[in-house]
Design a binder for this molecule. Sequence first.
Ligand SMILES: [Zn+2]
Length: 254
Amino acid sequence: MFVMRHWRTGLFGDSLLRAVCRSVHHSRARQFSEPLYQQIVNVRNNKYKFKCHPYATYDAFKCWNCQTVLDIRPCLFCKNCSIIQSSEDQNLNYFELFNIHVQYDIDTVQLTSNFRKLQNLMHPDRFSNKTEEEQLLSESFSSLLNKSYTTLLNPLLRGLYMLKLGGLSIEEDSITMDSTFLYEIMDWNEKVEEVDTKESLERLKKDVDDMLVVLYKELSKAFSENNQNQAKVLLSKAKFFTTLLEKIKDKDVL
Ligand SMILES: [Zn+2]
């Protein structure tokens, strides 16, 4: 099986694995259909105590309305009473929410299709005649779906989120940038300051776009090789160029 092979060969780093496992919190997993999830369940051994929902005070995930144990992730509705479930109680990571594997290269067409289906099912308009609690759960689910979709669709945000799943961020001081890149930063900033025609602005924008394409390719390689330090450096660079692109777009020239 694809996932199993890569699992064994270390596509997912220990820290990422631990983070994913933390989000998987109950033992009744036999009905899960996702291969990745099956692998996670096999290595998971910590029990998770719910703390988000007032009804959720037990180890297993149960329907807040009828207490039936629910063993599908993500669980949208109770299989017994059909009531909407809480996204917070399930502590879903964004990939899990859309039923896609935790990896940098994702099928964005599939992501968009999954997002639309889920958003259609959970949209608050569908719950306008339901109880206040159900309406709140639908709003919360819907907002998580929007946030997750926006994050996973964007190559920079997706990379930052994957770092976060591994317990890392680019805000830490531990990133060592090569001095060449620090000079490059000054150089690029100067170019943006000095640009004074629409044509040169367009050229500069294309150059930055091209830089980002290269960086995201390298980032994909870094994640697939589980090189988190390299991913951090590349994401810092990608963040710089994304900000630079915004500056270019905001710049008015005659
Ligand atoms: Zn129920």
